[in-house]
Design a protein. Structure first.
Length: 226
């Protein structure tokens, strides 16, 4: 008889513990709310598991949440220090070839040559024109003049210069001493021609009136003078 009573008692205690575990596990409920009943008479308050228990007619149901209201957003924090520079990335693929550019200006475009022989050369201070190119179009030109003089009466000391449209080109006035009845003089210059139908000439003078000249005057048109 006593053994039967102990068995029944153990079963009852286990059931109570199981019920208590369920109640503890559901307070607060899955939504975080706590449910209670407030006695309108006496003011007592009890917490219930709303899934299994309801307030009586003499009680008022009260609900509250374990979690409080969300607080105000705090001030923005200070900007952190700049991190170290990362490693360089891999080189990207080569881009496609661009379109061809416009064709540039040509190089040497045109040359002009005048040659003369046995031209009498005036005695200084007069000058004689010993070679001439006329009708030369506008443009930039390299100019070469080579003059060979012969004097039957002695060694001719010669002085020559280049002119454009009748005006002497600066830096072209040149002199050469005679030797063995001859003298040779070369002038190299560069000049722009403007106005259309230009003339370029080389003129010389010597110390007597017995000298003749053989001359070559060359012009080569170029794109630019630097």
């Amino acid at each position: 008889m006593n053994r039967r009573k102990w068995t029944v008692g153990a079963i009852a205690v286990a059931a109570m513990l199981a019920a208590g575990g369920v109640a503890y596990a559901t307070i607060p409920d899955s939504g975080g709310a706590i449910h209670g009943c407030y006695a309108r008479s006496g003011g007592s308050l009890r917490v219930i598991d709303a899934s299994v228990t309801n307030c009586s007619k003499s009680e008022t149901a009260l609900d509250w949440n374990v979690r409080g209201q969300q607080g105000l957003q705090g001030p923005e924090g200070q900007q952190g220090a700049t991190g170290p520079q990362g490693p360089a990335g891999p080189q990207g693929p080569a881009g496609s070839q661009g379109p061809a550019g416009p064709q540039g200006p040509s190089g040497l475009s045109h040359g002009y040559l005048a040659s003369t022989s046995n031209v009498p050369v005036a005695q200084a201070p007069a000058y004689s024109q010993v070679a001439l190119l006329s009708g030369v179009p506008d443009g930039n030109y390299m100019v070469w003049a080579q003059v060979n003089l012969t004097d039957s009466g002695g060694d001719p000391d010669v002085r020559c210069h280049i002119s454009v449209n009748g005006s002497q080109v600066g830096g072209t006035d040149s002199e050469a001493p005679g030797k063995d009845d001859e003298a040779t003089l070369t002038i190299v210059s560069a000049t722009p021609l403007t106005g259309g139908g230009n003339s370029v000439s080389v003129s010389c003078e010597v110390g007597d009136n017995t000298t003749t000249a053989n001359a070559n005057l060359t012009l080569v048109r170029v794109d630019a003078l630097n």
